[in-house]
Design a protein around this ligand. Structure first.
Ligand code: HEC
Ligand code: HEC
Length: 200
């Protein structure tokens, strides 16, 4: 984990060095984002979320939450500090219009268990099905983000963040309530399954 954080911090420094200090053009902003999220929304590392085909409203809301500090992440808070409303809208539209590429990660051994959690939840610990909110095929919408094809490492990190209270920008604590009932191996299983979903 330490090595990952160091790598991310280095990427952030490089991106900030190339970031325009003034309100830049769409192209200039997109070049900065692309350093980590790719131009087509396929991110360059498993701990960085794929943005392709996420709902534009969801993307814009997350950027707004990073700006106000409602969602905390040192790298992303620095990245979006200079963006105005128009730039946020344009970047959100761009990434939402990209086609989500299927993950090239090798299928994990816990996919079957993850499939069951996604569709049925975990009865013993009152975890509701993910599909009830994020959709049967996990393609999501403005409120419930797309999870299909998302990087497994990122999904697991977010579930852990919702569980331990590092991420609290979910409306009415919906995800916190789900994640607090989940164990690490259950998070890993459902992350593997969601990552393996290939449809748009
Ligand atoms: C140095 C790498 C880096 C750069 C450059 C970067 N990001 Fe990020 N981005 C991240 C990381 C890491 C996360 C995950 C943050 C977390 O764990 O909460 C993230 C998260 C996000 C999210 C949340 C996605 C979700 O599924 O909730 C959005 C939206 C986003 N970034 C948009 C952008 C935009 C737009 C830009 C350009 C202005 C940008 N990012 C530049 C690394 C980067
Ligand atoms: C009651 C509705 C609800 C259920 C059930 C639910 N979620 Fe969520 N989930 C949400 C909401 C709302 C958000 C978006 C929070 C926000 O706007 O920042 C979210 C966000 C997430 C994110 C963050 C995605 C990103 O791009 O950053 C992950 C990962 C996630 N959910 C996984 C799951 C998994 C796995 C399950 C099943 C075990 C599940 N969710 C069940 C409501 C739900």
């Amino acid at each position: 984990m330490g090595r990952r954080q160091n790598r991310l911090a280095l990427l952030a420094c490089l991106a900030l060095l190339s970031a325009p200090a003034y309100a830049g053009s769409f192209e200039e902003h997109l070049t900065v984002c692309s350093g980590c999220h790719g131009r087509d929304g396929t991110s360059i590392a498993p701990e960085i979320p794929r943005l392709a085909a996420l709902d534009a409203e969801y993307i814009a809301r997350q950027i707004g939450d990073f700006k106000t500090g409602k969602r905390k992440n040192a790298i992303m808070q620095a990245m979006v500090a200079a963006l105005d409303g128009q730039a946020i809208e344009a970047l959100a539209a761009h990434y939402s219009e990209q086609v989500a590429k299927p993950s090239d990660a090798a299928p994990g051994p816990a996919i079957e268990r993850g499939r069951k959690i996604h569709h049925e939840g975990i009865v013993g610990s009152a975890v509701p099905s993910c599909s009830g909110c994020h959709g049967e095929d996990a393609t999501g919408d403005a409120k419930y983000p797309r999870l299909a094809g998302q990087n497994a490492a990122y999904i697991q990190m977010q579930l852990a963040a919702f569980k331990n209270g590092d991420r609290t920008n979910d409306a009415r604590g919906a995800m916190g309530a789900v994640a607090k009932r989940m164990q690490d191996d259950e998070m890993q299983a459902v992350a593997q399954y969601l990552n393996s979903l290939k449809q748009d």
